[in-house]
Design a protein around this ligand. Structure first.
Ligand code: GLN
Length: 487
């Protein structure tokens, strides 16, 4: 791999600013890396080589602009985010030919900050899954071990950044889809507080849970991307009009963790963890203590209900959000149909994959009259109680620490026959979305048994991404680091 490709986003930025690297050079490095690694990992659904080159030439013609925080930086975006004139497929046959006429707000902000889009990342279809095997097109492989999954649903973004195809990516997280692939691929992934980042232009899965966030090789890189995409947007009424702090400046304020109290939820540290995950995460907690943090046990008693609650709420919202893909208003249209009903039925049966259909059916069921009270209303109530559990824990602690996932990345095909087993992978990440809190995955080591990356999950108070980034930054600086996969 070229030295340039191995740089972090923050390092590249400095070189672009002092003109030791040009935008075209940065883009060519990304495209060259894509060419050599893509046949192995298949992280991208489309590559915007010519558009990226043209944009980079424009940027170089005018020269670096200090007012543009991502000037000349090649990035990848999950294919669930609308990109003007560039295919946006959601990894579904349903949207295979969709070319939006507009950019998602997060994408528009990246572009306005000078970033160059080089590719659209593979994902589980409509962001439903934990391994990126549910893509209608192909499965992505983990750059650390090609026989293993990259995690999901933002597995293309995770694999692409870990393989140094780009200097950062956007993913989306409804129940863990940024944090899980970040953990499996050994990179940093940050799910912002619900409302921190505009969802305009993100194809909705479960609107009360979805958030867009950065996936990067370093904590500072995540801070820089979050800085650009955060903030209120008139086109998303759930985006919150709260000040966005200077995250990089906040990170610089801290060299140790003195004065911080970190909660260790008993339910996240039980014996269900793979020993290699427990060890790596426990070592990181010990390091946090050495760096001055106080730790204490806390309880999230309702965690055991999180998966059931999530799979009722998320599927209910999905069944409603995906109703628009009917072959008439949006999406794939079946050919040679008999009548209107046949058109609807066949367009949706042919356009959606198995997992998406399973979720739509489940969601329609829990919303149907007669079952609504028993399932949907009950789940909404449990969600409130879960949120309260977090409020209590976070009233005594500045942040919570635990593993992202009970295991490291597993083998391709290992879980595909058992959707329930797959749902269990989200056991530690899902509650964060139900409670609307910010969460992050930080690589803390390689597992003793599998040699695969282990992610530590940090959860913080609403809109306190700054504390989360500070904590992650100090830990990153004081842990050995896992390097890059040999690819
Ligand atoms: N794995 C979870 C699911 O399949 C989470 C997906 C996500 O966060 N988009 O629903």
């Amino acid at each position: 791999m070229s030295e340039l490709s191995a740089l972090s986003l923050s390092e590249l930025r400095a070189k672009l600013a002092d003109k030791s690297v040009g935008a075209v050079e940065a883009v060519e490095a990304a495209l060259a890396r894509i060419e050599t690694t893509e046949p192995k990992i298949k992280a991208l659904i489309s590559v915007q080589a010519e558009e990226a080159r043209a944009r980079a030439r424009e940027l170089d013609a005018t020269g670096p602009d200090a007012a543009l925080p991502l000037w000349g930086v090649p990035l990848v975006v999950k294919d669930v985010l609308a990109t003007k004139d560039v295919p946006t497929t959601c990894a579904s046959k349903m949207l295979e030919n969709f070319r939006p006429v507009y950019d998602a707000t997060a994408v528009a902000k990246l572009k306005a900050a000078g970033a160059v889009l080089v590719g659209k990342a593979n994902m589980d279809e409509f962001a439903m899954g934990s391994t990126t095997e549910n893509s209608a097109f192909f499965a992505t492989r983990n750059p650390w071990d090609l026989s293993r999954v990259p995690g999901g649903s933002s597995g293309g973004s995770g694999a692409s950044v870990a393989a140094c195809q780009a200097f950062g990516a956007l993913g989306t997280d409804t129940g863990g889809s940024i944090r899980l692939p970040a953990s499996f691929c050994g990179i940093v992934g940050l799910k912002p507080t619900y409302g921190r980042v505009s969802r305009f232009g993100m194809v909705a899965f479960a609107s009360s849970l979805d958030q867009i966030g950065p996936m990067t090789r370093t904590v500072e890189d995540a801070a820089r991307l979050l800085q650009v995409i955060a903030g209120h947007d008139d086109r998303d009424s759930t985006s919150v009009d709260a000040p966005v702090p200077d995250y990089v400046a906040a990170m610089r304020e801290r060299r140790d963790l003195s004065g911080l109290t970190l909660g260790l939820p008993a339910e996240y540290w039980d014996e269900g963890l793979a020993p290699e995950v427990a060890e790596a995460c426990a070592a990181a907690v010990k390091k946090a203590e050495e760096l001055g943090a106080k730790t204490k046990r806390v309880n999230l008693k309702l965690s055991q209900y999180a998966i059931a609650t999530y799979y009722i709420i998320a599927t209910a919202e999905a069944s409603s959000n995906l109703a628009r893909f009917d072959g008439v208003r949006y999406g794939y249209r079946a050919k040679d149909v008999d009548d209107l009903m046949d058109l609807y039925v066949r367009s949706r049966s042919e356009g959606f994959g198995d997992e998406v259909q399973r979720r739509i059916i489940l969601g329609a069921y829990v919303l149907s009259s007669g079952y609504y009270d028993a399932y949907y209303r009950k789940a909404a109530q449990v969600r409130q109680l879960l949120r309260r559990d977090f409020q209590v824990a976070l009233s005594e602690c500045d942040a919570l620490l635990g593993p992202v996932c009970p295991t490291t990345a597993f083998k391709v095909g290992e879980m595909t026959s058992d959707p329930l087993q797959m749902y269990l992978m989200d056991i530690f990440t899902i509650s964060t979305n139900l409670a609307g809190l910010p969460g992050m995955s930080l690589p803390v080591g390689l597992g003793r048994e599998t040699g695969m990356p282990v992610g530590l999950q940090i959860t913080a108070r609403p809109f306190d991404e700054a504390t989360m980034l500070q904590l992650a930054g100090v830990l990153e600086a004081n842990l050995p680091g896992i390097g890059h996969p040999a690819l």
